[in-house]
Design a protein around this ligand. Sequence first.
Ligand SMILES: C[S@@+](CC[C@H](N)C(=O)[O-])C[C@H]1O[C@@H](n2cnc3c(N)ncnc32)[C@H](O)[C@@H]1O
Length: 313
Amino acid sequence: MSGCIANAGHSRPLGALNVFPTADGSFSLHSEYFDEAFHNSAGALNEACAKFAQPAELTRFSGGQTLRILDVCMGLGYNTAAVLDAMPTPAPNVLWWGLEIDRRPLELALAQTGFCSAWSASVHQKLILIRDCDGWDQPESRGTMLWGDARQTLHQLPQDQQFDLILHDAFSPGRCPQLWSEEFLHGLAIRLAPGGRLLTYSRAAAIRASLQRAGLKLFSLLQVPGERGGWSSGTMGMKQFKISFGEKGPGWRALTAMEHEHLHTRAAVPYRDPTGEDQAEVIRRRRSTEQQLCGLEATNTWHHRWTAKQRHG
Ligand SMILES: C[S@@+](CC[C@H](N)C(=O)[O-])C[C@H]1O[C@@H](n2cnc3c(N)ncnc32)[C@H](O)[C@@H]1O
């Protein structure tokens, strides 16, 4: 790739970054500014494989085809690396784009021998090229990293660029509502190619309802081994296609009745960021006002109803 703009525009939007130990031993970080870890305690590698690589069902793509991937919030690079390392043989060509605001997570990860040795040599090399040259350009594979606020860099993608896979891994909606707004999620959904999949660890009703309104069919991600209890490990949104979808696949299943009802509670009120420039606090306050006025069922009532149903079998 021509024009290596290594480390241009260093910024520290995450505040201090501290090492966050995870159960599978994989290296992760905690951001002081967001007061949140990059991965859950079950493990960064575990999460990347179970919530992103597995439900992506990469065997749908084969040699000669092109797999178009968008990694939103690339961070240390686990999701991209896990997907690239899980390619079938013969592998499809890869066209990759990444969005990320801070260079340090990838730099810190690549300074860890354990992180580097988790990947094949060719995937490790791509991560180095993202760090040093903002991407790579190889005969059958091209990657471009766009550093900056994803709300803006999303608009720097070529206008007609569509994706087969969007990996969405921002900090949680409560902490980073900018990247979970109705508008931002809609902007991602319209980038999905027919049959394309958006994968995220979030099972929040607000996020699911926004994805549904953006025209995606929703599925639930199965619990990751070692993850603490819960009824879902995330969401897969599929762009409708002429072939019908199955009700389950590797790492995913249809939404349950409980999950459908969740989408009609106050928790489903979306985060709104009409200009794409609002601060997190403004977006949170706007949502809270809308929740007070919305007339939807209280989420606690939904929760108690389903807890009681499950207790009585
Ligand atoms: C949960 S971490 C992502 C973990 C990552 N996918 C991985 O595999 O390591 C969230 C990431 O979002 C990035 N981020 C936060 N705000 C952002 C923004 N406005 N635009 C782009 N990236 C942002 C953070 O720098 C952080 O790397």
